[in-house]
Design a protein around this ligand. Structure first.
Ligand code: GAL
Length: 758
């Protein structure tokens, strides 16, 4: 699952750090024996693996030369576990076999006996069955901290032990890859969970509040020690909060709930939670950073937001909802609408069909008790659609394969409840997991029509209800026989599927390479393009405009030919995940594709990772710090990237809403020129990215990729900017006066200052 391009996704901001003195740990990041295929006899300690190759476990097996290999493989290692390890440990009850992260599924055997599956210990009686079930969530990003009682006879103290790991990789990268595998005795610190990311901070008047848990995960040991919380202003380093709770005693499995309250700072505060295990003589700490809101609250006056241009092909259904903030009730007018379109004055929904090609200049008006706003909208009826990057929501980064109809409907309703629609958010897209599954084979009705699974009883009804809200409806498939999640996909049924989509009212299709890897003859451009042409032809035959989103992770420099195969957007990399490493790698890696973005064609650095995410049934608040999230949204807007919210919209908190509803920031993304920002300056950890705007101004972000606050003096000319113009801070929507020859900026670590220069 893990793509080669998204390198080690190790959380740094929430990192748990424990000291392991030398000699108390056996490093397992050594050469393991490795073989492709599957044979349960490989688990046996006496099996002769001398003929196997060796492999490193700090990279995926693709990175070790087993390119594109998906399927079963085994890893084996022989290791002497000294009795001294146990004798010298503070706690002597359990041995910990930590295997880092494994892509996608694993079963672990110690001396021939199964001890764990996919990161969880199993009882000695568990039988290793067929481990892989198509359509189940991948465990590629999950840690494997296996443990076994020190008195278990399966451990051979002072003798050779054999650890055998059976792995199944479903797609993308595979294998044991995180490089931090080790054997230790379980330490007291392994038993304490400082759960500081169970809920986001809440703004209550002038304060920030949050609840954290201290949890003892041991069944027998009482954790004793002192806990302290310290907050410093990230920019200045000044201490703004300190609290100590001495002599905590947590009984086995006991949880202590702590409420934190600090005065709201203007910037992030860096909070360190430390636990001092006084008896064991060891300490651990975790950190996080507090949110701060920059987006001013929308005024009560009407204000029309979002794109100033929208498009449809002649004779195809047209839908556009006027995005306007301000007090409700509000009424709408649209002057000079082309023939065939009608406006509902109460909802602001414009719908119908226009037969004649043309660039229609329409005047929109929004009116409430407090006043009126008016703005021009160009309705372009022609061959090209998707003239500004699509803005919407997609189910993948939150629900993964656990998506269902209720979750999609609930998301659509939050567009209204939370006012997202007022800022231009439009698409409601279902990713993988809606189709029927047939074990490892595609399954269709007797006529070959695509079938939904039980979680999506009626797609047409769902489409109608999304359209009734003035929103658009998106779906997902693959050109291969199966999707990446193992569900039925479109291979050899493309026209039939396009017809089904059209009959459900689909407006957007994400078409994901996945199992087409087994169909493509070779890794040539012609083979990369082929399946995308086929679906393009199929989409051209239906009576709807369907935005065409190519997903094949950037193979063959897709940005160079995505337009040729009729794509509106194309993923440029592997999957994003909610860590700074992933965000940095993907976001700041969008240099080469810059010239290829234009109205109707967008480079897609993957979906947003703000809010509650999880890729499965259980979600967590994003592991990105608030400054990293400002960087994320600022960069995606500068890059003219598609903006697809990836979180549970029902759990949108105040901070995340502030990130997603800043109209001056969104205006960069939706600018009709459609130019993607260029990286114009790299100076150590500082990067400047500049985007040309349709009104002749330039928007730019000064990013600090380093771990410390940067006080940077920007010489505009060195970054392709002209001094002298009016400078505006876009997040704070505040004019900063004339830009001089030197612009001085203080940027928190991993943060950004985002400006427009007129
Ligand atoms: C991946 C794709 C993800 C998601 C997933 C569904 O290949 O990059 O964005 O769509 O498949 O299985």
């Amino acid at each position: 699952m893990k793509n080669l391009l998204c390198l080690l996704a190790l959380g740094i901001t929430l990192s748990l750090q424990a000291q392991t003195p030398k000699g108390e740990s056996i490093n397992l990041n050594q050469k393991w024996r490795f073989i492709q295929g599957d044979n349960i006899a490989y688990a046996k300690p006496g099996f002769d693996d001398a003929g196997w190759k060796t492999i490193q476990t700090d990279r995926t097996w693709e990175e070790s030369g087993y390119e594109k290999y998906d399927g079963y493989a085994w890893f084996r290692i022989k290791v002497i576990i000294p009795l001294k390890l146990k004798q010298s440990a503070f706690l002597k009850d359990s041995l910990r076999i930590y295997l880092g992260k494994i892509d996608d599924f694993d079963q672990v055997f110690l001396n021939g006996s199964l001890i764990g599956i996919n990161g969880k210990n199993v009882s000695a009686r568990t039988v290793p069955d067929t481990m892989f079930k198509a359509g189940t969530q991948s465990y590629w990003d999950v840690e494997r901290p296996y443990s076994i009682s020190a008195s278990d006879p399966r451990i051979k103290w002072d003798q050779e032990n054999v650890i055998a790991v059976r792995v199944f990789d479903w797609n993308g990268g595979g294998g044991m890859y995180s490089g931090d595998q080790a054997i230790t005795m379980i330490k007291v610190s392994d038993y304490l969970a400082i759960e500081n990311n169970i809920s986001p901070y809440k703004f209550v008047n002038d304060n920030l509040k949050k609840t954290i848990n201290l949890r003892n995960t041991s069944a027998s040991y009482t954790i004793e020690g002192d806990f302290s919380i310290r907050a410093i202003n990230k920019l200045t380093g000044e201490e703004i909060y300190k609290n100590e709770i001495l002599n905590i005693a947590l009984k086995p499995f006991q949880k202590q709930v702590l409420d934190i309250q600090i005065k709201k700072p203007d910037q992030s505060a860096l909070i360190t939670y430390s636990f001092d295990f006084t008896k064991a003589g060891t300490k651990i700490y975790v950190t996080d950073e507090t949110p701060y809101i920059t987006t001013p609250l929308p005024s009560a006056l009407p204000r029309i937001n979002g794109a100033s241009v929208t498009a449809a092909r002649p004779g195809k259904p047209f839908l556009f909802t006027i995005p306007a903030s301000g007090d409700r009730p509000m009424t709408f007018e649209a002057l000079n609408l082309p023939k065939g379109l009608n406006l509902d004055p109460n909802s602001g929904i414009i719908s119908g069909k226009v037969d004649l090609k043309g660039e229609y200049k329409v005047v929109l008006k929004a009116k409430n008790e407090k006043g009126v706003d008016s703005r021009e909208l160009t309705i372009s009826i022609g061959d090209r659609i998707c003239l500004t990057p699509p803005m919407g929501w997609n189910s993948w980064n939150c629900w993964g394969l656990a998506v269902d109809e209720q979750k999609v409907i609930a998301s659509a309703h939050t567009y209204l409840n939370k006012g997202l629609m007022n800022h231009g958010w439009t698409y409601v897209n279902i990713d993988d997991g809606w189709e029927i599954r047939g074990d490892l084979n595609p399954k269709r009705d007797p006529e070959g029509n695509i079938l939904t699974n039980e979680k999506f009883p009626d797609m047409k009804r769902l489409g109608d209800s999304i359209h009734a809200l003035g929103l658009k409806f998106g779906i997902y498939s693959s050109p291969g026989p199966l999707t990446c999640g193992g569900y039925t996909a479109s291979y050899q049924h493309e026209e039939q599927d396009a017809r089904s989509y059209a009959s459900w009212g689909i407006d957007y299709l994400k078409y994901d390479w996945c199992s087409y890897g087994n169909i493509a003859k070779d890794a040539t451009l012609a083979e990369y393009k082929k399946p995308y042409f086929v679906m393009r032809d199929a989409l051209n035959k239906v009576d709807r405009d369907i935005v065409y989103s190519l997903c094949q992770y950037g193979m063959g420099d897709v940005w160079k030919w995505g337009d040729e195969v009729g794509g509106n957007l194309w993923r440029t990399t592997g999957d994003i995940t909610d860590t700074w490493e992933s965000l940095r790698e993907i976001g700041f890696g969008q240099v080469k594709n810059q010239p290829y973005a234009k109205p109707g064609n967008w480079n897609d650095p993957d979906m947003l990772i703000v809010g509650w995410v999880g890729w499965g049934p259980s979600l967590h608040p994003t592991r990105l710090t608030p400054d990293e999230q400002y960087t994320h949204i600022s960069l995606w807007c500068l890059l003219s990237a598609p903006l697809l919210i990836g979180c549970d919209l029902q759990r949108l908190d105040e901070f995340t809403l502030n990130l997603l509803t800043n109209d001056e920031v969104i205006a960069l993304n939706q600018d009709p020129l459609g130019s993607q920002a260029k990286q114009t300056l790299v100076d150590g950890d500082i990067q400047v990215w500049v985007k040309e705007m349709a009104d002749g101004s330039k928007a730019f972000g000064v990013f600090n990729l380093g771990g410390k606050t940067a006080n940077f003096i920007l010489e505009p000319e060195k970054a392709g900017l002209k001094p002298g113009g009016e400078l505006r801070d876009l997040w704070r929507q505040k004019s900063m006066g004339k830009a001089g020859n030197l612009i001085s900026v203080a940027i928190p670590s991993h943060g950004v200052m985002l400006y427009k220069l007129k």
